[in-house]
Design a protein around this ligand. Structure first.
Ligand code: SF4
Length: 448
């Protein structure tokens, strides 16, 4: 056997173990998370309800409460094709068609006693919300009314205007930090009251350590997609990673998941194995002709079809704003100082939630900037009826990218959970026209 054959054979046998491992493991862990919620519901255990933007997992895990992410459970009703029934039930109950679909899917689920396509969801015994989305407050008030669950609101000072933010060391930052530290202490006291347990600072340090490892690998993982081929699709694979980044944040399993995921992706990057898709039951690399950025959230009611609008033309999403604002605190790769855990946790929360809010209001430099390291061929803006927080201003931002960055852009509109607001044929027509434009642009560039 010559050296090349040996190398190829070695690579192939190594591929079999490592390639696709992250997707398989994410599916296993997600099932495990839902099973733990079902178990908690059946045993009537106390659960904490939190949102992805500013989820305070590190504190909550010190009290061993199951943690429910209502945005994750709501989106799963759409991915599993059951959201319409939930939405109609909530509307019959009195919720307006205008209300965020996540809220309605969740409330109908509670009206059904926690019945979810992946199992049973327990009731909240404490609710933690931040000001990252205004809907969070009203959503939390519904659980407060239904279950008399105490609500703790973490109010994170936002950036005052584009390019005007306080930084560690500034006087303003010190005031803002003191304000968040106080709120973290109040959250700890509330958890102690609800669970009857004392806060353990060493346990807290341990959770911070796991969160640090996750953030470190998350940042390195996102940077791998700056290379060609992109090793993951920010739309499809990204959803699985976000599930892990939130539901397993501050746990050893979550930290190891991201370490091993990074190892797989680095291996694939080295061997030129790009983002994968399923064909005839097998994982095969997708053709990568166009590198795209996604602004907004995916269309879950037709999740696979939505992704195929792009992959059928060789479009791969190398980066999305969703991977930043919904990554549960990993967005900046911030690492906590274990010698000063409470203040450092408050500082990390302040910086990451603020970054999330800034990205939603102003711009995502990784995507909407001349200096984006992702070498984009185009940007897709997806506005959704449910979520004004992520959709407001997208049309203006699209105009900015087309005019000032000179990038081809596409604006699509549908919804995150409501299939009644999704016009598949219309979206496909617009996507096809977008790619025809990209191809003719490439052809013009080739002859000039
Ligand atoms: S409005 Fe948007 S960010 Fe807010 S809860 Fe609904 S989906 Fe989430």
């Amino acid at each position: 056997m010559n050296a090349t054959n040996a190398q190829q054979r070695g690579t192939r046998s190594a591929d079999a173990g490592i390639v696709g491992r992250g997707s398989r493991e994410a599916a296993r862990l997600m099932r495990k998370w839902f099973s733990s919620l079902t178990e908690a519901a059946c045993e009537d255990k106390k659960a904490a309800f939190v949102f992805v933007m500013g989820n305070m997992n590190e504190v909550l895990r010190c009290f061993d409460m199951p943690i429910v992410f209502p945005e994750v459970t709501a989106l799963q009703t759409a991915v599993r094709g059951t959201s319409e029934g939930y939405l109609k039930e909530a509307e019959d109950y009195g919720f307006s068609p205008d209300v965020c679909g996540y809220v309605k899917a969740d409330i109908a689920m509670h009206l059904r006693g926690g019945e979810h396509p992946m199992g049973l969801i327990p009731k909240p015994s404490i609710v933690v919300t931040t000001n990252a989305c205004n809907t969070y407050f009203k959503w939390a008030e519904i659980w407060e009314r239904l279950y008399q669950a105490p609500v703790v609101t973490i109010d994170i000072p936002n950036q005052r205007a584009a390019r005007l933010k306080s930084m560690p060391g500034d006087k303003d930052f010190q005031f803002e930090l003191a304000y968040v530290v106080q709120q973290v202490n109040e959250l700890i006291a509330a958890c102690e009251r609800v669970t009857g347990r004392k806060f353990d600072i060493d346990k807290f340090r341990e959770h911070l350590r796991h969160a640090n490892m996750m953030s470190r690998y998350w940042k390195m993982l996102l940077a791998l997609n700056e290379r060609t081929p992109a090793v993951f699709n920010a739309l499809t694979d990204g959803l699985a990673y976000l599930g892990m980044a939130n539901c397993f944040r501050a746990t050893e399993e979550g930290a190891i998941y991201f370490k091993e995921l990074y190892e797989e992706m680095e291996y694939r990057s080295k061997h030129g194995i790009g983002a994968l898709t399923k064909k005839d039951g097998k994982d095969v690399p997708v053709e990568q002709r166009f590198r795209l950025g996604l602004m907004g959230v995916p269309c879950y009611p037709i999740f696979r079809g939505f992704s195929e609008f792009f992959s059928d033309w060789g479009g791969v999403f190398v980066m999305s704003s969703y991977l930043k604002f919904a990554s549960g605190g990993t967005a900046l790769g911030y690492e906590f100082n274990l010698d000063n855990p409470i203040e450092s946790f408050a500082e990390g929360s302040l910086l990451t939630v603020r970054e999330t809010q800034t990205g939603l209001l102003f711009n995502f430099p990784d995507i909407e900037d001349h200096l984006s390291p992702y070498h984009l061929d185009g940007i897709v803006y997806h506005g959704v009826k449910s979520c004004r927080t992520a959709s407001a201003g997208l049309a203006d931002r699209r105009y900015h990218s087309s005019e000032l960055l000179g990038l081809p852009t596409l604006l699509l509109e549908s919804d995150i959970v409501d299939p009644r607001a999704v016009s598949k044929a219309q979206m496909k027509n617009r996507t096809d026209a977008f790619f025809e434009g990209l191809i003719s642009r490439q052809q013009r560039a080739a002859v000039s």
